[in-house]
Design a protein around this ligand. Structure first.
Ligand SMILES: C[S@@+](CC[C@H](N)C(=O)[O-])C[C@H]1O[C@@H](n2cnc3c(N)ncnc32)[C@H](O)[C@@H]1O
Length: 608
């Protein structure tokens, strides 16, 4: 392609780089890329980007006053700068709709872009040649570059005989050293071209602030930001798990570890996992010889992980790069701690094309419930969450009332739990639990510690035809999942009830009067349907078997009242009798009579 026919130029520092650029950018050439150029001059490189990337948006920063060498008479770069801007405008005019021209010093324009939380996929650094400028241009624009984005640093070998401060190389070297571990080198010659692999892997405590002050500084290094544990549970998802791991690597929250569990896969998952994890020390891989089920593997992981916050990442889902920072920020800024936060998901097809932005079937908040999180000065702030993001988070995060029944959350990957609460409700009887982790943890953890919703899309939920739960994008009018799935989850609910009752000794005290409402919550029923749920003979049997434990744990009056509130007269009497070694206590007769009277009165009232 000839990019420059019919255009006017006085210099050409650019054409000979184009074959390398074409080769490196070809794969993404038709994507709607966001390109940033520092140093545009007459628009030669700009014309390349605008034409080789026909769907890109280009932002050009230039003072149009030239660098020192352009203004130095006698220099071979000396240029009459008065004509340069006019040539740039004329050359790029046909592409005006895709072009943003920022006539400013790069240090100012880049700060403005930073403040506006702008992001770019390609950055071309070709401005001032002093080492200090090359360093700051690269540093500032690196923060604007999206993970996976490409940065082209020009003039690495420019005029090697000049003093170090007057040529780009020392500045570029200092930048590359400061950001080591965050990029891979794609090309190194007169230009250095790198791809951003992740953000800030090494920045931790010093970036965590309160009222603008570094927590590391004010705590003398003794308080650190929370450690997040991602647990990827993979079973035969070789075709998707690579993208899942890459999305974790791209998190803009630096303080995380990731445990990848292969749950006895029989496809080539092991090879894909090893390739994508590479030598990243934040990742650990565990290959389980047999499939423990998703919940089984999740319980198993709780002895391995060290983080205070945990997300179980389904191996067919992906996280957006701000997933961890937004969830952690919400946890830290909520005035009342919650057991977990749940964000929206982008439901996609198997290839990642978005179908819907959903809350996974749950009801999300209306604005009147928004929390309006604590202001900047009074809360712990993460650097990756800009002021604008913080304001949005604040307006779009809400507590779910503790008493709310039913499913309110997004599926698995979208939830970030407190590890302490997961351990609190952990079951240890068996190794295998062949069921979804969220179906267990969300109800239990909400019952024990409450939950909050973040009404923002922070992860992608892939619908590929083999999902256990969803066979189409969510809809308020259609059930997701198969009848078989519903049958299995009803069976699972019975084991949850049994578990809670069997552990009444431990939980009743801890829940401080909330035990019975947690019990109702984990039935997954609405208040209206609770009575018929408890009427099921299987549920009755579970209560009968656990009755001695309940009788021992609760005062006689409470035990009678709570059983009578849930069961019919004859079932209740049997449970109460079983609780007291086959005999009804004196008090029970009184409670039964009272309960019958209440029922009769309520029927009479309804008739009126
Ligand atoms: C080498 S030229 C850019 C060449 C251009 N990319 C091309 O392909 O023709 C460098 C440009 O950087 C601009 N420049 C130098 N220092 C700058 C600064 N601090 N801020 C913004 N632009 C600057 C100059 O005005 C000049 O137009």
């Amino acid at each position: 392609m000839n990019y420059f026919d019919g255009k006017a130029f006085s210099k050409d520092w650019t054409s000979h780089h184009i074959p390398v650029w074409e080769q490196l950018l070809r794969e993404r050439a038709h994507e709607p890329l966001r390109v940033l150029e520092i140093g545009s001059f007459e628009g030669r490189s700009a014309l390349f980007f605008l034409q080789f990337l026909p769907n890109c948006q280009l932002t050009c920063i230039d003072t149009f006053e030239g660098s020192v060498e352009h203004r130095t008479p006698g220099s071979r770069h000396h240029t009459d700068m008065s004509e340069v801007e006019a040539r740039f405008d004329a050359n790029t005019r046909p592409f005006a709709a895709r072009l943003e021209k920022l006539k400013a010093f790069s240090i100012e324009a880049l700060s403005d872009l930073q403040r506006a939380s702008r992001r770019f996929d390609i950055v071309y650094v070709d401005g001032d040649h002093h080492a200090a400028s090359a360093f700051t241009d690269a540093q500032q624009s690196w923060d604007l570059l999206a993970p996976g984005g490409i940065m082209i640093l020009d003039d690495y070998l420019w005029q090697p005989s000049k003093p170090a401060a007057e040529r780009p190389q020392p500045g570029i070297d200092a930048f590359l050293q400061a950001r080591s571990g965050e990029y891979e080198v794609l090309h190194s010659d007169y230009q250095v071209i790198i791809r951003k692999t992740c953000s800030h892997p090494h920045r931790t405590a010093s970036d965590f602030t309160i009222g603008g002050r570094s927590i590391e500084e004010v705590s003398g290094g003794s308080i650190r930001p929370p450690l997040v544990s991602f647990v990827v549970i993979n079973w035969n998802y070789a075709r998707y798990v690579g993208a899942t791991i890459d999305s974790i690597k791209s998190q803009d929250y630096p303080n995380f570890e990731c445990l990848v569990i292969d749950n006895g896969s029989t496809d080539d998952s092991a090879e894909v996992i090893a390739r994508h994890v590479g030598d990243d020390s934040r990742f650990t891989v565990e290959m389980l010889p047999e499939n423990l089920g998703q919940l089984g593997a999740a319980f198993w992981s709780l002895d391995k992980i060290k983080g205070g916050f945990v997300t179980f990442v389904d191996a067919d889902d992906v996280l957006l790069s701000n997933y961890a920072s937004m969830h952690v920020q919400a946890h830290l800024a909520l005035r009342q701690s919650v057991a977990f936060t749940s964000s929206r998901v982008a439901e996609t097809d198997a290839r990642g094309n978005v179908l819907a932005a959903a809350s996974g079937g749950g009801t999300f908040i209306d604005q009147s419930q928004a929390l309006n999180l604590d202001a900047d000065a009074s809360t712990l702030r993460l650097p990756a969450v800009s002021n604008r993001d913080f304001q949005q988070l604040s307006a779009r995060t809400a507590l779910i009332p503790k008493s709310a029944t039913g499913w309110h959350w997004s599926p698995g990957t979208a939830n970030m739990y407190r590890a302490s609460h997961l351990r609190l409700v952990r079951r240890s009887g068996e190794a295998r639990y062949m069921r979804a982790a969220d179906g267990y943890f969300n109800f239990m953890c909400h019952g024990f510690g409450g939950s909050a919703l973040i009404d923002m899309v922070l992860s992608g939920y892939r619908l590929h035809g083999e999902n256990a739960f969803s066979n189409h994008e969510s809809s308020p009018w259609l059930r997701s999942g198969s009848p078989e799935y519903y049958r299995l989850s009803q069976e699972a609910t019975l084991t949850d009830i049994d578990f809670l009752l069997a552990n009444a000794g431990r939980y009743a005290w801890m829940l401080d009067g909330g035990f019975w409402s947690v019990l109702d919550l984990i039935t997954r029923e609405t208040p209206k349907r609770l009575r018929s749920f408890y009427g099921d003979p299987k549920v009755f049997e579970i209560f009968l078997a656990n009755a001695p434990k309940l009788a021992a744990e609760f005062r006689s009056r409470v035990f009678c009242r709570e059983i009578l509130a849930r069961f019919s007269g004859s079932q209740a009497r049997k449970i109460l009798r079983a609780g007291h070694g086959g005999r009804l206590k004196q008090r029970a007769y009184g409670e039964i009579a009272l309960s019958e009277l209440r029922k009769a009165l309520s029927i009479l009232r309804k008739r009126k």
